[in-house]
Design a protein around this ligand. Structure first.
Ligand SMILES: Cc1cc2nc3c(=O)[nH]c(=O)nc-3n(C[C@H](O)[C@H](O)[C@H](O)COP(=O)(O)OP(=O)(O)OC[C@H]3O[C@@H](n4cnc5c(N)ncnc54)[C@H](O)[C@@H]3O)c2cc1C
Length: 440
């Protein structure tokens, strides 16, 4: 059946390419770039009216770029550095380790250095140095930490910091996957800002590529003679366009694949088994504020705050000396879902109270924006994590099913999944698989 459909799509197809790439996030763009550089005719199909996907830089809120999606390069050896250096992009190490402010459970607000000295529970959780006890396959992170003897206070710190950054609450995170990620991360140390905007990365990858914007993939049919893809205009009703190629790289977000809005033949269950059920898009939101005045004395150099309420993580994207104070709250899991239920206006007010509590005074807002990634139809969540009992799902999602090849942050190895560099790595891997299969 799928064979006939692929042929049917091919017969009616716009003459197209050797390879199609579905999705122009950094994973799809890296795959497209590598295939094009190898001499293939490549077309990238993208639903949004811009490239970059979850790399999304705003230039309307402030005179400096403000990141609404990916914010920093995680690690001094992350795969993104090759591109950053080739483009000659400015970078700035983010001094959040020692100088950040931390509001401890008892309400005290200290620098991170002082908080680590004052509170052994807090200090233990900053390094996530775990004993050499292997987690059970079905164990969630909270259960695992309890089993290895972490106290309630320590686990609360983990929820606010580590798990919040991992995209969900500890009971929803696979402990086996987390421990694998902690021990296999090869990206190195530190976080680095790109002061001229993260979007320089996707824009550079897209340069010279045939990227069709505003084109939503609705159907993908794989057969022995290649791949048929149907698209429709993303913004309005419009006629379907049919494409055909020898191979396709599927670089769509996990949330889009799980939603069923793109019909696959054979079906995703046949192609991917239980891989999709083993992964979840963490609900991740950012609340971005342009404040009337900086919340902290500019001389103190405070660039990040770990608050007691939700959002627990706050940082400023304003460069030192800027007179436009932009502060971003970052929250995932139930804390994010609770804020989203309130609607944007109330959520903005409620969330700011967490920063106000740490600052010890009310803060006046010039402009605020909720960036609700779970509500974004082309992302359907922030980034992926493994569900307890499903460690290994990423590899199953990544496995090639010729003529389809799979990329995107959810398919990256655990140590770099859910990041920009992991997505880039997955795109490079999928391109190598296509080239090997096509004998190019
Ligand atoms: C709030 C937030 C903060 C983050 N912070 C960081 C950070 O500081 N550092 C870091 O390294 N990473 C961070 N990340 C993660 C990082 O942004 C992602 O891992 C990475 O950008 C994912 O790239 P991707 O190409 O896999 O997916 P995406 O960027 O989502 O690309 C997929 C593309 O597919 C398109 N698409 C979807 N559906 C269709 C369709 N039907 N038809 C056609 N196109 C479609 C989408 O529009 C999108 O462009 C953050 C993410 C979020 C949400």
């Amino acid at each position: 059946m799928a064979v006939d459909r692929a042929r049917e799509i091919r017969n009616a197809a716009t003459p197209t390419a050797d390879a199609l790439v579905l999705g122009a996030g950094v994973a799809g763009l890296e795959a497209g770039r590598a295939l094009r550089d190898a001499g293939l005719r490549v077309v990238v199909l993208e639903a949004r009216d811009r490239v970059g996907g979850r790399v999304w830089t705003d230039r309307s809120l402030a005179p400096h770029p403000v990141e609404l999606g990916a914010e920093v390069v995680h690690g001094d050896r992350a795969d993104t550095w090759g591109l950053v250096r080739r483009l000659g992009l400015r970078t700035r190490r983010w001094p959040k380790q020692d100088e950040s402010l931390v509001q401890l459970e008892d309400g005290r607000v200290l620098t991170m250095r002082a908080a680590r000295a004052a509170d052994p529970d807090y200090d233990a959780t900053r390094t996530m140095a775990l004993p050499g006890v292997a987690p059970g396959h079905d164990e969630d992170l909270d259960a695992y930490l309890r089993r290895v003897g972490w106290t309630g206070d320590q686990r609360r710190h983990v929820r606010r910091a580590f798990a919040n950054a991992a995209g969900d609450d500890p009971q929803r995170l696979s402990a086996a996957a987390i421990v694998d990620g902690l021990t296999s991360d090869d990206a190195g140390e530190g976080d680095f800002r790109l002061p001229d905007g993260q979007d320089a990365l996707p824009l550079a990858l897209a340069s010279g590529l045939d990227v069709r914007l505003g084109v939503a993939v609705t159907r993908v049919v794989a057969g022995p003679d290649g791949v048929g893809v149907v698209t429709r205009p993303a913004a309005a009703d419009g006629p379907a366009t049919r494409w055909h190629a020898r191979a396709a790289v599927v670089a769509l977000p996990l949330g889009v694949l799980q939603s069923g809005v793109v019909a696959f033949e054979p079906g995703l269950d046949d192609l991917k088994g239980d891989a999709l059920a083993g992964l979840r898009m963490g609900p991740v939101i950012k609340l971005v504020y342009r404040l009337a005045a900086p919340p902290f004395d500019p001389g103190a150099g405070v660039e990040a705050v770990y608050a007691r309420g939700a959002p627990p993580m706050w940082w400023t994207s304003s460069p030192p000396g800027s007179d436009t104070p932009i502060w971003t709250g970052f929250v995932s899991g139930d804390g994010a879902a609770d804020l989203l239920r309130l609607g944007p206006e109330v959520a903005l007010r409620r969330a700011l109270s967490a920063l106000e509590e740490a600052a010890g005074r009310p803060l006046a807002v010039v402009e605020g924006r909720v960036v609700a990634w779970p509500d974004d139809p082309w992302a359907r969540g922030g980034y992926s994590h493994v569900v307890p009992g499903h460690h290994g799902a990423r590899q199953r999602l990544a496995a090639p099913t010729p003529p389809l090849y799979w990329a995107g942050e959810a398919t990256a190895p655990e140590g770099c999944a859910a990041t920009v560099h992991g997505a880039v790595r997955s795109g490079a891997r999928a391109a190598r698989e296509v080239l090997a299969a096509l004998g190019s």
